[in-house]
Design a protein around this ligand. Structure first.
Ligand SMILES: Cc1cc2nc3c(=O)[nH]c(=O)nc-3n(C[C@H](O)[C@H](O)[C@H](O)COP(=O)(O)OP(=O)(O)OC[C@H]3O[C@@H](n4cnc5c(N)ncnc54)[C@H](O)[C@@H]3O)c2cc1C
Length: 396
């Protein structure tokens, strides 16, 4: 039986480990944390991410926990429309999912061929000609035919296999929360909350998770919001961070103020936004009869402006699993590298163009940014949405 070691049990590692196990591989999944626990936030999945989850055999579970996210348009803080809301064809409509629900679905997909070892921080990597790949954690050494590095932005495995890639700050920080319905009684109930507000260096996006009062599959419904602000993450306690957010976003159009008022400091998840720059020169490393691959943020961490990080991680997992069904292992590793590098490079390029537009500050830059948002950004968003919608797993 073919064996794989997957490093990291985030969204990407769980998806890859489950897919390999369902194709008959025996998988060891190593996770540094003591428990596999997702953040209590949500994630937007674009059609490519949804299609990848379907290709991984997880589509039915996803349908039960996902809420469609209609295009809510983009406004300025004074309420002026930069991009009007438009009806979105069903095949281009993203969905929003609570990360805990997504994790549950991915964990359920692991089956009994995955041995999950938590509290194991990989610190050494062996990938060389003529040798089976292996990773070490303290005194443990785990050898396998295939090594999947899904250990996130600070990947230890990538540091060794692709030392040219560097982790840098994207120049902004993000705050997220999911507010249960009962804590936001004043928000409209007749249509989904959605849409985006964009100011000088600040952005706020909100989305409904399920419907108020619905008895759907998810018990974690409510309203998800994410705020991005240019600058470093804040060292103060969550109460102070929330007070700062309320000052920064004061006077922004509804429902921004209501959502911040309904947020409990304990709900707040803050994160410095970081990215890989440059990207690794390779994503696949054939080694002897097997090889290693980089997957998810370990391969292509990027700012969340187009909501594509997790989507690409699922594409990676679906591509890998499809190639491994069709080809011998070292050939599949080479093909994975060939297919995934240009794909990730395209999405990262689109994301960086959005970063430049979103982070424009100063009056001149702002005027240029508003003009860009009115003309370039709808085109850019539509190109990104088209690229997202068009992706197919290699053999489907
Ligand atoms: C504010 C924000 C909003 C976002 N919104 C979206 C969105 O709407 N849509 C979208 O598609 N994407 C979004 N993303 C991106 C998405 O969250 C990530 O791309 C995705 O979670 C990456 O998953 P991963 O499994 O590759 O990495 P991670 O989630 O980072 O998982 C890596 C795992 O590896 C473990 N690990 C690390 N080092 C080791 C080691 N040495 N040994 C063992 N284990 C190790 C970690 O503990 C972790 O569990 C967003 C990101 C941010 C910051």
């Amino acid at each position: 039986m073919r064996t794989a070691v997957v490093v990291g049990a985030g969204l990407g590692g769980l998806a890859a480990a489950g897919a390999l196990a369902r194709s008959g591989w025996r998988v060891t999944l190593l996770e540094r944390a003591d428990r596999v626990r997702p953040e209590p936030t949500a994630v937007v999945l674009w059609p490519n991410g949804v299609r990848a989850l379907h290709a991984l055999g997880l589509g039915a579970g996803l349908d039960a926990i996902a809420t469609p996210l209609p295009d809510g348009g983009v406004r300025r803080p004074d309420g002026h429309w930069l991009v009007q809301a438009r009806p979105t064809p069903a095949e281009r409509m993203p969905v929003v999912v609570h990360r805990e629900d997504l994790h549950d679905a991915l964990i359920a997909g692991l089956g009994d061929r995955v041995e999950l070892r938590t509290g194991v921080a990989v610190d050494t990597v062996r990938v060389g000609p003529g040798e089976r790949p292996a990773v070490g954690a303290g005194r443990q050494l785990v050898e396998a035919d295939l090594l999947v590095a899904a250990d996130g932005t600070d990947s230890q495995v990538r540091r060794q296999l692709a030392p040219e890639a560097a982790v840098v700050s994207s120049g902004c920080a993000a705050w997220r929360a999911v507010i249960p319905w009962y804590r936001a009684p004043r928000l409209t109930t007749d249509r989904p909350v959605g849409g985006e507000v964009l100011g000088a260096g600040y952005r706020f996006v909100a989305a409904s998770l399920g419907e108020r009062g619905s008895s759907g599959a998810s018990r974690r419904g409510g309203i998800y919001w994410v705020a991005t602000a240019v600058g470093a993450s804040r060292p103060e306690p969550p109460e102070t961070q929330l007070a700062l957010l309320k000052r920064w976003y004061a006077g922004w159009p509804a429902p921004v103020g209501e959502l911040l008022d309904a947020t409990d400091p304990a709900d707040l998840v803050q994160q410095e936004v970081r990215e890989l720059r440059p990207l690794p020169r390779a994503y696949g490393f054939p080694a002897g009869p097997g090889g290693a691959v980089l997957l998810g943020d370990a391969a292509h961490a990027m700012p969340p402006h187009l909501g594509q990080g997790a989507c690409l991680a699922f594409e990676d997992a679906a591509t890998l699993s499809s190639l491994l069904r069709e080809s011998r292992l070292p050939d599949a590793v080479r093909a994975y590298d060939r297919l995934r590098r240009p794909r990730a490079a395209t999405v990262v390029r689109q994301t960086r163009r959005m970063s430049a537009v979103l982070q424009a500050r100063g009056r001149l830059a702002l005027r240029a940014r508003d003009a860009a948002l009115g003309t370039i950004s709808p085109r850019l968003l539509s190109t990104a949405a088209t690229a997202a919608a068009q992706w197919r797993p290699p053999t489907s």
